[in-house]
Design a protein around this ligand. Structure first.
Ligand SMILES: Nc1ncnc2c1ncn2[C@@H]1O[C@H](COP(=O)(O)OP(=O)(O)O)[C@@H](O)[C@H]1O
Ligand SMILES: [Mg+2]
Length: 362
């Protein structure tokens, strides 16, 4: 469905208004390779600044001068020299944005918002009207709401309009950048369930960035964990969440919200110390070493290894697969991670225990 081969996006940082002097490079996305299968939901998780949005935008770009290859439905961006191929391929993928308010022009009614991509696709008036009614029904909006303006809707309804617009021209791949983060918690589940249902009914593939890891687990088939422009772990979502191997994944997963609200309020979370280092001066060797709780507990000789060599993204070792087999769930070879010492002890000193909020008064 979609394949990325060694996609890179580096931003040049310049100083000075007149004589732009290059002072460095931000490696926002640094050599990404993964594929998305037909009909699956593939999610990307990672802290803010890890390069998730840049990855999505690189895929949507789809032109031949990109650094790296993007292949959609067997057609590579390197072949997409002419404008027609390019626009045809771009039609196959549509994006749903985080903030539906910003993505919808307040001067246009829902009808106009939905009609635009259909007009561009060359549909006549009657076909457009019919398709818009279909779309309203599909995303659970009342047909007579087509004449409303975006600001007459709630956030959840507005995001449904955003989804309808993305689906208007029957894309194969829908790219979702934090589709529910801007919505009230009370309507998030409704939108997530809608997305899940639409994917099954319409046979769509999703590429999603999401913050809420319980949402990711609920809706995704596979997940990639990104850190500083690179994938540190990738695999089937249940497999990765039940048996995370990379220390970053392990730390990230320790912050999963728990469905019990009473417990959630008082629950302790483990948060990594320190901020994401600037991708400007990304460390040599393993990117994560500066914050890695396993690295901190390693003997010096092993630390040297982490600091000088970059760990490749590799499949789970056979010995680990056997352990999992004995433990119950069937092993799939579908888990890779980039760490030399995945089974190292975590150094508690590197983890800060945080309270999420004040305990709730009864
Ligand atoms: N247009 C740009 N120019 C310079 N740096 C950028 C630009 N866009 C993103 N970056 C940088 O690239 C890194 C990754 O950003 P982004 O993809 O937005 O991360 P995420 O979506 O995971 O939060 C960040 O360090 C960000 O500051
Ligand atoms: Mg982002």
């Amino acid at each position: 469905m979609l394949e990325l081969k060694d996609v890179r996006k580096h931003f040049a940082l310049t100083k000075g208004a007149l004589l732009k002097r290059r002072i460095g490079t931000v490696k926002a996305v640094d050599g990404l390779s993964f594929d998305i299968r037909e009909g699956e939901c593939f999610s990307i998780v990672g802290e803010s600044g890890s390069g998730k949005t840049t990855t999505l935008l690189e895929i949507m770009e789809f032109h031949k001068d990109q650094d790296g290859e993007v292949i959609i439905g067997g057609i590579s961006n390197k072949q997409a020299a002419d404008a027609r191929t390019k626009s045809a391929m771009r039609k196959e993928m549509q994006m749903v944005f985080q903030d539906p308010t910003g993505a919808l022009d307040p001067r246009f009614t829902v009808y106009e918002v939905l009609a635009e991509p259909l007009q561009n696709a060359g549909m006549d008036k009657r076909a457009i009207k019919k398709r818009i009614m279909e779309l309203m029904n599909l995303v659970g909006l009342q047909p007579d709401h087509v004449n409303r303006f975006p600001n007459q809707f709630s956030g959840g309804q507005r995001q449904r309009v955003g989804i309808a617009r993305a689906l208007a021209v029957n894309p194969k791949l829908v790219v979702l950048d934090e589709p529910v983060s801007a919505l009230d918690v009370s309507v998030q589940a409704g939108v997530i369930n809608l997305l899940d249902k639409l994917r099954a009914e319409l046979g769509l593939s999703y590429l999603m960035v999401a913050h809420d890891l319980s949402v990711v687990r609920h809706i995704s088939n596979r997940v990639a964990v990104m850190y500083l422009g690179k994938i540190v772990e990738i695999g089937e979502v249940d497999r990765v969440f039940d048996n995370p191997r990379h220390p970053y994944t392990r730390a990230l997963l320790s912050a999963i919200p728990v469905p019990d609200p009473q417990f959630e309020r008082t629950r302790e979370r483990i948060i990594l110390q320190g901020d994401l280092p600037s991708p400007l001066d990304a460390p040599k060797g393993c990117n994560f070493a500066t914050r890695c709780p396993v690295f901190a507990a390693l003997p010096a000789a092993k630390q040297e290894h982490c600091l000088t060599l970059e760990p490749p993204l590799e499949a789970v070792q056979p010995s680990a697969a056997v352990e999992i087999l004995e433990a119950g769930p069937a092993p799939t070879p579908d888990q890779q991670f980039a760490c030399f010492f995945p089974d190292g002890e975590m150094d508690e000193q590197m983890l800060v225990v945080h309270e999420t909020a004040e305990p709730h008064a009864p």
